[in-house]
Design a protein around this ligand. Structure first.
Ligand SMILES: NC(=O)C1=CN([C@@H]2O[C@H](COP(=O)(O)OP(=O)(O)OC[C@H]3O[C@@H](n4cnc5c(N)ncnc54)[C@H](O)[C@@H]3O)[C@@H](O)[C@H]2O)C=CC1
Ligand SMILES: CC(=O)[C@H](N)C(=O)O
Length: 381
């Protein structure tokens, strides 16, 4: 059956082309199985999160020029088309980013500016990445309060006003020294000791409050340290686990600011972005919570050094712990993500050895092509 006549039939039945009744912006209910059954031979793609007219969702990403944003924009643009994903930040983009699809200035402290973008681009979903990370947040607490806490207030009101589905990442940094560290369950005492952690607990609770009070479609994952080859990390406690790869490939000595036995949960960027997307499109009825732990592995600096030295046996490493040691010592060592695995089928693909192989393959390819690391992702490498 041709797509148009299928659409007409669905319109006549008051359903989308995959039999999904439309309820509100970005929110669709169960597929109509009877309609599928009545169309033998029709290829029906599972696009339950598309608009009833077959259009893909339109997605705004705040803070999109950071470590996670460029990769997420590339992934979502592959799935929904370049024009459906609006990147935004307060930073001037590279030429590659600017040419890759819509990019706009958006300061999350400017509510009117955010309203303008949501209206002008007819946004359905919002992925809110803007934040100051753990280490940099401690260096400028007033700014972290503004960006991470006041910014979150704007995001919540904006999402409520325009009926957006909203994803906000949380972190292992939302736990603290009173939390069980090995292994850290989804629900336990949190009480973090960094402004970053405090702001993320605030984000989790505020998002859940808006969900239960106003029906906001708030979705949140607590990520571990994320490792990627394409963009430099933005000032976190887990950044060492990215930096070591760059030093190794550049033939430089690596000085680690954490002690060799500091175990932290970690995840390769491909797993992180896939987890985010799977959470974003998870059917509402599968979500028993709005905030889930997700993880892939846990390792210490000594363990990642040993793995990197399999590729670069001459890599020289020294340890000089600084303020970040205290932060790391208050965070989980192993995250329990069994609820995400049980409720919506989360599975990781990458472990430490496999991640090292991919990191070096990608960094070598970028170096060989003379591509600056930050540009590599936008060029699809
Ligand atoms: N990278 C990681 O290992 C993890 C990250 N996360 C969370 O994921 C999100 C993204 O993280 P990354 O990409 O690593 O952070 P990042 O530090 O690399 O990027 C943050 C972005 O926010 C932007 N920003 C700062 N102030 C802003 C403002 N006033 N208005 C708009 N944008 C502003 C910055 O320009 C930057 O591009 C953050 O919320 C972070 O807490 C959570 C767990 C782990
Ligand atoms: C784990 C995080 O949230 C981030 N990478 C940080 O170290 O601050």
């Amino acid at each position: 059956m041709r797509a148009n006549s299928l659409r007409q039939l669905c319109n006549w039945l008051g359903r989308s082309s995959n039999g999904v009744p439309f309820t509100a912006a970005g929110e669709f209910q169960q597929p109509l199985c009877a309609l599928r059954a009545s169309l033998p031979g029709a290829t029906i793609i599972n696009r339950r999160h598309y608009h009833p007219n077959g259009d893909p969702p339109r997605i705004l990403i705040t803070g999109s020029l950071g470590q996670l944003g460029t990769g997420l924009a590339a992934l979502l643009r592959k799935k929904y088309g370049d024009e459906s994903v609006i990147m935004s930040d307060i930073v001037k983009p590279t030429k590659e980013i600017w040419q890759s699809g819509p990019y706009v200035f958006a300061d999350i402290l400017d509510f009117k500016c955010l309203q303008d973008i949501v209206v002008t681009y007819r946004i359905d979903w919002l992925v809110h990445f803007s934040a100051l990370l753990s280490a940099i947040g401690e260096q400028n607490v007033p700014l972290a309060i503004r960006v991470n806490i006041e910014g979150m207030h704007n995001i919540m009101e904006l999402s409520k006003q325009y009926g957006l589905r909203v994803f906000v990442p949380s972190t292992i940094g939302a736990f603290g020294p009173d939390s069980p560290r090995d292994i850290t369950p989804n629900v336990c005492i949190q009480r973090p000791r960094t402004i970053y952690g405090v702001s993320k607990v605030h984000a989790e609770l505020l998002g859940e409050y808006y969900h239960y009070k106003f029906g906001l479609d708030f979705r949140c994952l607590r990520f571990p340290g994320v490792i990627s080859s394409d963009t430099q990390p933005g000032g976190g406690t887990t950044d060492y686990a990215v930096q070591i790869f760059h030093n190794a490939i550049a033939g430089e000595e690596f000085e680690c600011y954490l002690k060799p036995n500091t175990r932290l949960p970690m995840m390769y960027i491909d797993d992180c972005l896939r987890a985010l997307w799977e959470m974003l499109i998870a059917p509402t009825e599968k979500l028993k919570r709005r905030t889930y732990n997700v993880t892939a592995m846990s390792f210490t600096p000594a363990e990642v050094v040993a793995e990197v030295q399999k590729h670069f046996p001459n890599l020289k490493v020294s340890y000089r712990p600084d303020d970040r040691q205290q932060i790391a010592d208050s965070w989980p060592q192993v995250l329990d993500d069994s609820e995400a695995r049980n409720d919506w089928g989360w599975r990781h693909n990458h472990d430490l050895a496999n991640m090292c192989d991919i990191m070096f393959a990608r960094l070598r390819a970028a170096h060989a092509n003379g591509v600056p690391v930050d540009a590599a992702v936008s060029m699809g490498q």
